[in-house]
Design a protein around this ligand. Structure first.
Ligand SMILES: [Zn+2]
Length: 323
């Protein structure tokens, strides 16, 4: 465990008495029992431990769409609600993950990057397997080619979306209601294009919670329980949504690995100070002026997957950026 991570854990544990009543939570997994890719993998042993914890503590695992309905209605998501999503459509979900979801009777939503199924990549589920998977959960959309939308032109993004949606219609006879940004990467331009497709909800990969009454259905946080994060599962259950907090910069992995400026906006203009977290550098106290944080960090990061976090009044939100 890195020092920064250890401090974050410690901080969360210290705060946990204040966070016990903590909004709903959405988790995201990728691969199951696939040790070739440790940073996106979870072992089924750990998965079962997590499911047992939820059972023991009376959490209610609901389909993702139920949380979306609450947000649309402007109602608070019950504190003990948890929903599971699985990104990309790796075959290891079908072979190793699905049997466990079936065993526990837990619903899930699988977001597929259609190209890999359509072009029969070895590591990905087939259309035939997807037809079986929809008997137990839902299959939704995660783009066609899983590109970095932030680096693609408007026309390229639209072509990618149209192609993926057409294949889902053709093979599953389904018009997806939910969307996940590839790499969790988006900015105003990308957001606008994606929202023009009329999805009921769009998800990112910021570690956070879902309050419901203050959540934006087109920017819903999900916590990634993969690799070394697996051991933080219980801590993520304590997260509360930071209502009205939006990351403005950086929105994609920083060029040359240097985080220049961190910019965050808050709805609450009475807040005067906050803390900003940057991987490898830990937390730093910053001033908030008129609901705006502008932190000129100029910090070099040393990994290909980093977290930028903000903490306001004991609540934390983390954004994950991958190279
Ligand atoms: Zn993905």
């Amino acid at each position: 465990m890195t020092k920064a991570k250890f401090l974050l854990l410690k901080l969360l544990l210290l705060l946990s008495p204040y966070l016990l009543l903590a909004d709903g939570h959405i988790f995201v997994y990728h691969r199951f029992d696939d040790n070739r890719y440790p940073t996106t993998n979870i072992s089924t042993h750990t998965l079962k431990k997590e499911f047992n914890y939820l059972k023991k503590h009376n959490y209610k695992v609901v389909p993702l769409i139920n949380i979306v309905k609450k947000i649309q209605a402007g109602e608070k998501v019950p504190d003990k609600w948890v929903a599971f999503s699985i990104d990309d459509g790796f075959k290891s979900f079908y072979t190793n993950g699905l049997p466990i979801f079936k065993q526990y009777g837990y619903p899930f939503t699988l977001f597929i990057a259609v190209k890999y199924t359509q072009e029969k990549y070895r590591d990905y589920v087939s259309w035939k397997q997807l037809k079986e998977i929809v008997k137990y959960g839902s299959v939704e959309f995660h783009s066609y080619g899983h590109g970095h939308f932030g680096r693609m032109s408007n026309a390229q993004i639209k072509a990618d979306m149209d192609k993926g949606l057409a294949f889902m219609k053709k093979h599953l006879n389904y018009q997806p209601k939910l969307f996940v940004y590839p790499y969790g990467e988006y900015d105003n331009r990308v957001e606008k294009i994606v929202n023009s497709y009329g999805f009921e909800a769009v998800f990112n990969q910021n570690m956070g919670a879902v309050n419901g009454s203050c959540s934006n259905a087109y920017d819903i946080d999900r916590s990634a329980v993969v690799g070394s994060n697996s051991k933080d599962f219980k801590l993520y259950l304590y997260f509360k949504e930071l209502c009205g907090v939006h990351f403005k910069k950086p929105l994609s992995f920083p060029k040359n690995k240097i985080v220049k400026t961190v910019e965050v906006t808050l709805n609450d203009k009475s807040i005067k100070s906050a803390d900003i977290f940057i991987s490898n550098h830990g937390w730093k106290k910053v001033k908030v002026k008129n609901g705006k944080i502008i932190y000129h960090a100029n910090k070099r990061v040393y990994r290909d997957r980093i977290k930028i976090g903000v903490k306001v009044k004991n609540k934390i939100k983390l954004m994950v950026l991958s190279k």
